[in-house]
Write a protein that binds this ligand. Structure first.
Ligand code: PSU
Ligand code: MN
Length: 302
């Protein structure tokens, strides 16, 4: 038997067939500093409730998979030291050893699927890192999208990644990449990029129907919905380019590898932008949560 526990709210939503939106926890433990991380996590949950759905933040706490975190658990996770960052490869091992781990996009998709939750909101997904032709650093998130039937709402891919290569891998893996309401593939802190998204949809209902039809077609994977940051919140790409380059060269010089790369870059960019990157990050996560709630409500009607 798998050790799994549902928050009271998620338990009730499951019993009543209410729309549920999954949320990851690596963004809390490895993506933002305390105390903003906990404030943002609570705010995003509130946004989902205000939109008429129920939030289910995922984490492994002392070997138990939590689907939905009670407020005090969220508080302590947000301050805890040494929390593991778990993806597909280490999910079971973390549970087996009674460990505590935050779920990445890949691990959150696995947990959501297990709990029968079809929609998940986050900030940015992992992808193909710059220099991947020598480092082979390609996030397990991309392969998870190819095999786990969860629709993930993100603000596109960060400019810390090689975005063209990320889109190529998603195409090879048969993952639908859907820009919401525009043709351009959004670039996380910027609403647009000079790349076109492979697909475009203008309503949550269409995205929900496409999710449903992929299941009906017996296609195993999920969908990536790329939702642009609200224009008034964006940071111009040219402001960020030198900062990203600096963070990347520091990572290379310090020999940062594996799962430490993304948290290292996010932390350095936060410091180098004096917190401006975090403000934009908060705005886009909230925006993604609202769209995910709409998609979940549409799915519940199908
Ligand atoms: N990108 C962000 N913010 C994040 C992450 C990615 O803009 O917090 C986190 C997510 O949890 C994602 C993980 O699943 O980093 C990817 O890590 P890696 O690149 O090591 O696969
Ligand atoms: Mn990686």
């Amino acid at each position: 038997m798998i050790d799994i526990t549902y928050s009271a709210e998620v338990e009730a939503a499951r019993a009543e067939g209410k729309p549920i939106v999954a949320l990851e926890s690596t963004i809390i433990t490895h993506g933002m500093p305390y105390p903003q991380n906990v404030e943002v996590a609570a705010q995003v949950e509130a946004d989902i409730r205000a939109a008429g759905a129920v939030p289910a933040t995922m984490a492994v706490i002392k070997g138990t998979l939590h689907v939905g975190l009670e407020a005090d658990t969220l508080q302590s996770l947000g301050q805890a030291e040494g929390v593991a960052k778990i993806s597909r490869a280490d999910f079971a091992a973390c549970m087996a050893s009674g460990g505590t781990g935050a779920t990445t996009v890949a691990a959150t998709m696995i947990a959501a699927r297990l709990a029968g939750i079809s929609v998940f909101a986050t900030g940015g997904i992992g992808g193909v890192h710059k220099g991947a032709e020598t480092s082979f650093d390609i996030s397990a998130d991309l392969l998870e999208l190819a095999q786990t039937a969860v629709t993930v709402v993100a603000a596109g891919a960060k400019a810390i990644l090689d975005v063209p290569k990320t889109l190529e891998v998603l195409e090879t893996q048969g993952v639908p990449v859907i820009a919401y309401g525009q043709d351009s593939f959004p670039a996380f802190w910027s609403a647009t990029s000079d790349l076109s998204a492979p697909l475009r949809m203008d309503s949550a209902a269409d995205i929900a129907r496409a999710h449903f039809l992929r299941g009906a077609l017996e296609l195993p994977g999920g969908q990536l919905v790329a939702n642009p940051i609200p224009a008034e919140e964006q940071i111009p790409a040219e402001d960020l380019a030198p900062i990203i380059a600096q963070a990347q060269s520091e990572a290379d010089a310090q020999g940062v590898t594996g799962k430490d790369v993304t948290p290292f870059l996010l932390q350095r960019i936060f410091e180098l932008t004096e917190g401006r990157s975090l403000e934009a990050n908060i705005a886009l996560v909230r925006n993604n949560a609202r769209l995910a709630a709409e998609i979940a409500k549409e799915l519940a009607r199908l």
